[in-house]
Write a protein that binds this ligand. Structure first.
Ligand code: 0O2
Length: 211
């Protein structure tokens, strides 16, 4: 019976991962449509690039354990909203909010939660806008509402997060003190640069030359 249980668990988790992949496919299409439409009308495209990932089973199990949840598909479905993940990288900070608004107002997208780490950065300096959205996936036996995490950030925020992630793993989650302080200082400098770049872009759009 134990073998039958684990076979069933594997089958269920595989199915859930597949449905999450469909949700990611749908979100990627929605975002690509927005980006291509902006290009078509020769407007500034608020999307620089988009990436996606499905959380690895080991990482799902680690997160369940960390949160004290039982390692079954019901827990995953009910509590892990970021198995399906899409990351949108934008040129400017205002673009981040534009894309979030354009996605959130689509009829089949329900924004369940918004975490604005741009307005309120994490203590380490991490900045991004996180949305948990729910979208319908149409399957042979009906429709399933699937949750996904959409992370939106500028190129600068993405650059910083990638470096922080590398440092975090290199030092196995405990980087030397000075290094962490420097990382936070760099995040602040990057945020200032984002603001200056945006102001420059705004002036260019208004037709005046930078001073
Ligand atoms: P991965 O490999 O990217 O999927 P949690 O911390 O996940 O238990 P919550 O509320 O689900 O709690 O997460 P939150 O704060 O919304 O952030 C989730 C994701 O944001 C993380 O996913 C990262 O992708 C990203 N993130 C959050 N904080 C940081 C940070 O300080 N540095 C970097 N580089 N990324 C961050 P996972 O699941 O941790 O990892």
């Amino acid at each position: 019976p134990e073998e039958a249980d684990s076979a069933l668990f594997l089958r269920e988790i595989e199915r859930h991962l597949l449905v999450c992949k469909f949700a990611v496919d749908e979100l990627m299409t929605k975002l690509r449509i927005l980006s291509e439409e902006f290009d078509f009308v020769r407007e500034h495209d608020p999307i620089e690039h988009i990436s996606h990932r499905i959380k690895q089973p080991e990482s799902i199990l680690r997160k369940l354990r960390r949160r004290g949840l039982s390692p079954d598909v019901v827990s995953v479905r009910e509590h892990l909203d970021d198995v399906a993940g899409v990351r949108v990288v934008c040129p400017f900070v205002s673009d981040v909010y534009t894309v979030a608004r354009l996605l959130g107002r689509q009829n089949d997208v329900t924004v369940i939660q918004t975490k604005d780490y741009i307005a309120q950065p994490k203590p380490n300096g991490y900045r991004s806008l996180h949305l948990i959205v729910e979208i319908p996936v149409f399957l042979s036996d009906g429709v399933e509402q699937v949750r996904a995490e959409v992370q939106l950030r500028t190129i600068g925020m993405d650059f910083w997060a990638a470096l922080e992630h590398q440092i975090f793993y290199k030092y196995d989650h405990s980087a030397p003190e000075g290094l962490l302080e420097e990382l936070t200082a760099v995040a602040e400098e990057s945020a200032r640069l984002d603001l200056r770049m945006e102001a420059l872009h705004q002036r260019m759009r208004e037709g005046s030359a930078p001073a």
